[in-house]
Design a protein around this ligand. Sequence first.
Ligand code: SAM
Length: 238
Amino acid sequence: MRIDVLTVLPGLFDCFLSEGIIGKAVQSGKVEVNVVNIRDFALDKHKVVDDVPYGGGPGMVLKPEPIFRAYEELTKEGEKPYVILTEPWGETFNQDMALEFSKKERLLIICGRYEGVDERVKALVDREVSIGDYVLTGGELPAMVIMDAVIRLLPGVLGNEESLKADSFMDRGLLGYPNYTRPAEFRGMKVPEVLLSGHHKKIELWRKEQSLRKTLKRKPEVIERLKKEGMLTKEELR
Ligand code: SAM
């Protein structure tokens, strides 16, 4: 997969793309990430990328020309990317979207700044995506959130792909089960007996039950939907 990111603050991505699992995915070529400075596509010698809003009002707006020019340069060859614009009013990002995006050959993420991008940029955009109902100073953190969730789904990125299946939201929207590691007892808090039993079937059943209980408590609407759609087994319904 290739991901292009359009931003006015490319330096923000340095740590993200060089550390941890994402860093390894980039270094091993499982994903190619190309962070592009919108300023490089400004039309004037001062590299101006923003201007005052028509109609007046506070703040500045990202001009359309540098973004269109960057897009046109990046898409001269190869597959057309699926274009995501980060917006607080966009569709709220979730695991289903991450799965959908992870199947694309190429993504291009546009990061807004200031009061946002000129509305005409939307002519390039396939999806406006929000990471939640709050306002950040720019689209760079949302772009990293989206990339992180997508890149870890790419084949070979996680050492153990089994761990993906156990993740929250991966099995019909159910939440994940609780985890424990050594020591078996810490400050009077004990690891549930079943996890020490070595009995794989019992451990699997316990984890399933914990996952169902947690989902019922935190996201009862998911359990309701699964019941309605007949997507819970008889065992799970008990
Ligand atoms: N004027 C905008 C409004 O009315 O909501 C706020 C603009 S915000 C300060 C600047 C940029 O940050 C946005 O254009 C967007 O790219 C990004 N941004 C801020 N919050 C976001 C969120 N929750 N999800 C995705 N992007 C966000």
